[in-house]
Design a protein around this ligand. Structure first.
Ligand code: 0RQ
Length: 502
């Protein structure tokens, strides 16, 4: 049975190649997609072929590509490989695009994910020419059934001059009804409170609005989302999870957290997933999640009943977990809500609900400033994603990482971060496999002692102590002791010698 119940849109069905031919050099294209879910699978590949042909004919063709967050190899990978992206926002984890960005060949605008839609509405990002949006179906009235991510789809559909739809019949029809799309946002001075006071509350409608007159092409696909598998939690990830769960137990004991905790936010990556796995056997029941992505670990928590419900903007599931969810969607559909990313990550809502924000990091410094994005201060890894949306507004803001990287050559605890994403005020707890530093309410010198003693790897701890003592003695000021000439010497040493070890 056709997934396209609107007669006008059904008459617009065409090939991916024809749809792609509407996109021209210099255009800004808003694509669906968020952490490997719900991105268009056919038009970007056809577009890449078109770009390659244009380049072969000596003609320029590069696009500005806007998405929800990361996508799949058929989108970022395909377009980056043919040098088809001049500028990319707001989050990328594709290795080919990453190389182009780090080679200085592609502009990358790394934004807080909650802010992308408002920036577009405000006109600060410029004109959006075309939206290319994957949906699970089209209703008779022309409204769209979203697929496995919502991301910025509502905004791209509203702002774009023209729309191309991909209707993916691989997506489970039971997705219909799982989404909550809120149309109550307005720009200042007319902005009103977001009326959401609980993670499971619905404040919008299940479908996306779309003006059928803007739709220039509809392409039918049948292709899976392509998320990457997670690594099984190693000893280090399990230790991090253990420290964090012990911390939550302690906070419940002190009466600072309820026994069912507060809505969980868990970031991307293997460590975040391992922490969720750790919650499977932890003594907390009736958990909720108000988060950005629903990972394998959260699906397991939903399946075993520990997690009552999860609100997110996208699935970020391994292929095995995606198949599992797809095969058993009826079991989960009333307990998962997918929202637009300006709502899933909304600072006002995160603050109101009191989320427990748990995000990965590249490195933290002794004062608790956190670098989530840049290796050695200049090479982008992924992007800030939603970590800043949650960290600043969380009830407790937690950052976690193994204490070393690259086989022990790099310390994740450093004298000074080589790039700052989260200032010390936004970082309350730092966790490594070595231990946990609860920095709430502490002044900088106390924070430094705790981070060094609890979180640094024993191989690097003496070096950090020695630096801190020299800084205490020789610093220009004593509030946040620092030796500017030495503060980034560890990174410089790594760049020159391949190790931070002295
Ligand atoms: O590189 O793959 O080349 O070996 O960084 O590191 O240890 O696999 O950790 O998967 O948890 O990711 C911060 C990147 C951690 C992630 C980051 C290298 C390491 C490896 C990955 P290789 P791991 P994770 C909401 C929240 C920002 C977005 C965010 C991230 C690679 O958590 O992107 O939080 N966060 N969003 O070797 C040099 C160091 C390093 C280092 C790690 N100190 N120095 N390299 N690496 N630490 C969700 C969304 O926003 C979508």
């Amino acid at each position: 049975m056709s997934r396209i119940a609107h007669p006008g849109l059904a008459a617009n069905i065409t090939t991916a190649e024809h749809a792609a031919s509407f996109i021209a050099d210099g255009m800004a294209v808003g694509m669906s997609g968020f952490t490997g879910s719900g991105y268009p699978k056919a038009v970007p590949i056809a577009l890449a072929a078109q770009i390659e042909a244009e380049h072969a004919a000596g003609k320029p063709m590069r696009l500005k590509v806007w998405t929800g967050a990361s996508t799949g190899p058929e989108l970022d990978g395909a377009l980056a490989r043919v040098d088809g992206i001049s500028a990319r926002l707001p989050y990328n984890s594709d290795p080919i695009a990453r190389e182009k960005i780090n080679a200085g060949e592609m502009d990358y605008v790394d934004l807080h994910l909650s802010q992308v839609a408002p920036l577009a509405w405000e006109g600060f990002l410029g004109q959006l020419d075309v939206a290319v949006i994957e949906v699970a179906g089209v209703r008779e009235d022309g409204s769209l059934i979203p697929s496995t991510s919502v991301g910025n789809n509502k905004t791209w559909l509203d702002c774009a001059k023209r729309v191309i739809l991909e209707v993916n019949s691989w997506q489970n029809p039971a997705l219909e009804g799982m989404h909550d799309i809120y149309y109550g946002t307005a720009l200042p001075p007319n902005r009103v409170p977001i009326p959401l006071t609980a993670p499971d509350q619905r404040i919008g409608q299940p479908t996306l609005r779309c003006d059928p007159h803007k739709v220039i092409a509809v392409v039918e696909t049948n292709a899976p989302d392509r998320n990457l598998p997670f690594a099984a939690p190693d000893a280090s990830a399990r230790a991090i999870a253990g420290h964090l769960i012990e911390f939550f137990r302690h906070e419940v004991g002190k009466g600072r957290l309820p026994p069912s905790l507060l809505p969980l936010q868990s970031g991307v990556g293997n460590i975040a997933n391992a922490v969720l796995a750790g919650l499977m056997t932890a003594p907390f029941e009736n958990l909720t999640a108000y988060t950005e992505v629903l990972q394998d670990g959260m699906l397991d928590l939903l399946a075993n009943g520990k997690l009552r419900m999860a609100s997110c903007t996208a699935f970020s599931l391994s292929p095995v977990a995606a198949e599992r969810l797809n095969a058993d969607l009826d079991r989960f559909r009333d307990r998962i809500l997918l929202r637009s990313q300006e709502i899933s990550n909304h600072p006002e809502v995160v603050r109101r609900l009191g989320c427990l924000a748990m995000n990965g990091m590249i490195e933290a410094d002794i004062y608790g400033n956190v670098n989530s994005t840049h290796v050695m201060g200049s090479r982008i890894q992924n992007g800030i994603g939603g970590s800043g949306d949650f960290a600043r507004n969380a009830y407790i803001s937690i950052f976690m990482s193994p204490s070393t990287a690259k086989g022990g050559a790099i310390s994740a605890i450093v004298p000074h971060v080589s790039h700052v994403d989260h200032i010390a005020q936004d970082v309350q707890v730092v966790v490594t496999e070595q231990g946990l530093a609860d920095l709430r309410g502490l002044a900088p010198r106390k924070r430094a002692e705790l981070v060094i003693e609890n979180c640094a790897h024993p191989d690097f701890r003496p070096m950090l102590r020695a630096y801190f003592e020299r800084a205490l003695a020789g610093s220009y000021g004593k509030q946040t002791p620092m030796l500017p000439g030495e503060a980034l010497a560890w990174h410089q040493r790594f760049i020159e010698t391949g190790t931070m070890r002295g």
